[in-house]
Ligand binder design. Sequence first.
Ligand code: GLU
Length: 282
Amino acid sequence: MSSVIVTRFAPSPTGLLHLGHAYSALFAFEAASRNGGRFVLRIEDIDFTRCRREFEVEILDDLAWLGIEWEPSVRRQSDHLHEYAAAAEQLRVRGLLYPCFCTRKDIQREIEAAGAAPHGPEGPLYPGLCRSLSADERHGRIANGESFAMRLDLNRALAEVDGDLEWNDLQRGPQKAQPEILGDVVLVRKDIGCSYHLAVVMDDGLQGITRITRGEDLFEATHVQRLLQSLLSLPTPEYHHHPLICDPEGKRLAKRDDAETLRSLRSRGISGRELRQRLEFG
Ligand code: GLU
């Protein structure tokens, strides 16, 4: 078996790239090139409510300016929706997904009524309203045209797993997955018919990614993604959740901050080489 390392950068074209993205892209690219490996690019554009083709064009242009070279076959997720749907169907048939008709308001109301709810890294966990609906009730509501998402039935999913779910993280060392911190996550969104967790796990498997490098803001997502790898019989790559870069005041340049875009750096005459040096990628 080949041991060539394969890394990826997987931006969502919801806006222009900024310094945090540049760091993440260079991190993945360097990890591959330093080790004689392969680097692939994936456009994560399943969320048609937020993604725009113009941003994709700008992203490719910014990456080229940074001196990054990717393999010619760029995977665009919106071309593969049928594959994610097939994976979700496979999980549904195994009884691992259930339809959830809740609106955000329903969920909020239920949490308030309960007085308290277990919290995960992304907020309160889904309180399970739709988990226990009878088959008749589900069919009736679907037949009535109610819209629904599909959620992972975590307890059933965990019952299918033999032994511990682990991964190796080059930043934090060996990890044991605890998917319960995220609860019954949505794997098929009402609006887009897919979800980040499902698409990313499928694609990392299908593209043969051996090392996932990404910001530590996605560390928690790995708990459920590791479970999905096991349920879908996909290999487990190693991970490197790198620290997020900070501005000179030590404030994290999170993805949605008003961080400076590469476009504006470029318009000020800064070269890709200068930026690479500034981000300590020589
Ligand atoms: N598309 C995701 C983002 O731009 C990254 C997904 C990942 O690296 O797993 O935040």
